[in-house]
Design a protein around this ligand. Structure first.
Ligand code: COA
Length: 420
């Protein structure tokens, strides 16, 4: 790694007017990549996640620290004329402003896109809302699972005989933040050519749907042919007119399922995900001790296997019965079978390889000590992000105001007037 190379986003000034997860996830990654990210927070407690699900009394919750590392914090009442004036000064000097308040909140505060664009035509304004501007639900406040419901994830997740099911992956929150980040970086590149900033909006419904793309594919296939051959329902259960929940079936053309391993009776995660790759059928049969399946016409093609695919999985489970999930994967990998152990969060937290790659990192947080967080999933050949602690509420208020030209007396007045 070349240590002389500046951080990729160094020099980019970001006003982080965000809360909860979607906005903070976006700006946190900008901070990791070198941007100067200033979190602007309410005086009364700041970002709500500072207080939610606290594990140590009187210390910012992990929910906050894990989404706001590498940032600075300005605590200010932006609903006062003096607070708004500070925001306007910041906007004039910034490259990016990101927000994810409830619909209309920024306008009510006096910071409409038109006004922001007028203050600083070069500034890029990133905005997250639950629904896009054309939606009949555009006025709704939205959290993670609401977005998963509206984006198609719930209706297509879970088992066919159970209710719609949420994913534990933050498809509505962090995923929307990552989409916004792509948009903001694109707008920064566009600004190189035009000299002008623009508004970048991402709705949580749209971002969820973007990850449910293959389910829309399935809807169109279903309407065309009346069935979906890779779903467990096929061929014995009739399909309705919408994509059903497919349990743990593989989403592509490769059937897969979650299979029990040794100890599953006592360990809720003693399973592997097993994939039958069409072009690897012969080796897969060899791996699970069933060489006779290779040329048997009832097994040798995907079409022949599908009607009794669960009997095949049950036979593979018999082979797995005396193997732990790790032993099973170690054997199967030598036969090129796409598979993985189902890892618990505990296993992930202590996984030495995830630590070595910087995907799970230990961070020092003032007052708390060390805690674990998920580091950058993006790896660069010339740069490696250093993850530092999250700011205390208002930790940088005085510094920021001094940098903006406020004198000590003026800062004292703002304090007396409860603006800061
Ligand atoms: N000083 C003064 N007021 C401030 C402030 C500051 N520094 N920062 C925020 N506020 C105000 C807002 O202007 C708003 O005031 P208003 O409602 O009187 O106009 C108020 O605080 C509350 O804002 P907000 O956090 O948006 O409302 P909420 O807590 O009721 O709703 C959400 C939270 C997440 C549901 C809502 O923000 C939302 O739907 N956001 C868009 C989608 C989203 O990002 N969801 C979360 C994904 S993790």
């Amino acid at each position: 790694m070349n240590t002389e190379v500046p951080q990729p986003l160094s020099g980019v000034k970001v006003i982080d007017f965000t809360g909860v997860q979607a906005g903070p996830a976006c700006t946190q990654m900008m901070a990791w990549f070198g941007a100067d990210v200033l979190k602007v927070e309410r005086l009364d407690g700041g970002d709500v996640t500072r207080h939610q699900l606290r594990d140590i009394p009187d210390h910012d919750a992990l929910y906050f620290t894990m989404l706001n590392s590498n940032k600075r914090s300005l605590a200010i009442n932006t609903k006062t004329p003096e607070g708004l004036a500070v925001m306007e000064k910041l906007i004039r000097e910034a490259d990016v402003l990101v927000e994810n308040f409830a619909p209309g909140a920024l306008d009510r505060m006096g910071l409409s896109w038109d006004h922001i664009h007028e203050l600083n035509p070069r500034l890029i304004f990133g905005s997250v809302k639950g629904f896009n501007e054309q939606s009949p639900w555009k006025d709704l406040k939205v959290y993670e699972n609401v977005a998963q419901a509206a984006g198609g994830a719930l209706s297509t997740t879970g088992f066919w005989d159970g209710p719609p099911t949420v994913s534990s992956a933050a498809l509505g929150d962090s995923n929307t933040g990552m989409h916004l980040l792509i948009g903001i970086l694109t707008a920064l590149l566009a600004r190189e050519k035009t000299g002008v900033g623009q508004k970048v909006s991402v709705s949580m419904q749209d971002a969820v749907l973007n990850l449910c793309r293959v389910k829309l594919r399935d809807q169109e296939r279903l309407e065309a042919v009346g069935y979906l051959e890779e779903y467990p329902q096929y061929p014995n259960t009739p399909f309705g007119d919408a994509v059903p929940r497919g349990g743990n079936a593989g989403g592509g053309g490769q059937p897969g399922w979650v299979l029990k391993c040794k100890g599953w009776q006592d360990d809720p995660n003693s399973y592997i995900y097993f994939t039958i790759q069409e072009q690897n059928w012969a080796k897969t049969c060899e791996a699970v001790g069933k060489p006779e399946w290779v040329d048997d016409p009832a097994y040798s093609t995907a079409e022949a296997r599908q009607p009794h695919i669960f009997d095949i999985f049950a036979d593979i489970e018999k082979w797995l019965a005396d193997k732990t999930k790790y032993e099973a994967v170690d054997i199967l990998r030598t036969y090129d079978v796409p598979c993985a152990p189902v890892l618990s969060m505990k296993e992930i937290a202590y996984d030495p390889a995830l630590r070595a790659s910087g995907t799970v990192v230990e961070v020092e947080q003032e007052g708390r000590g060390k805690y674990l967080t998920v580091g950058s999933p993006v790896k660069f050949s010339d740069f490696s992000p250093t993850i530092t602690g999250a700011p205390l509420l208002g930790e940088h208020t005085i510094d920021v105001l001094s940098d903006l030209g406020y004198t000590t007396d003026q800062i004292a007045e703002l304090k007396t007037a409860h603006v800061i």
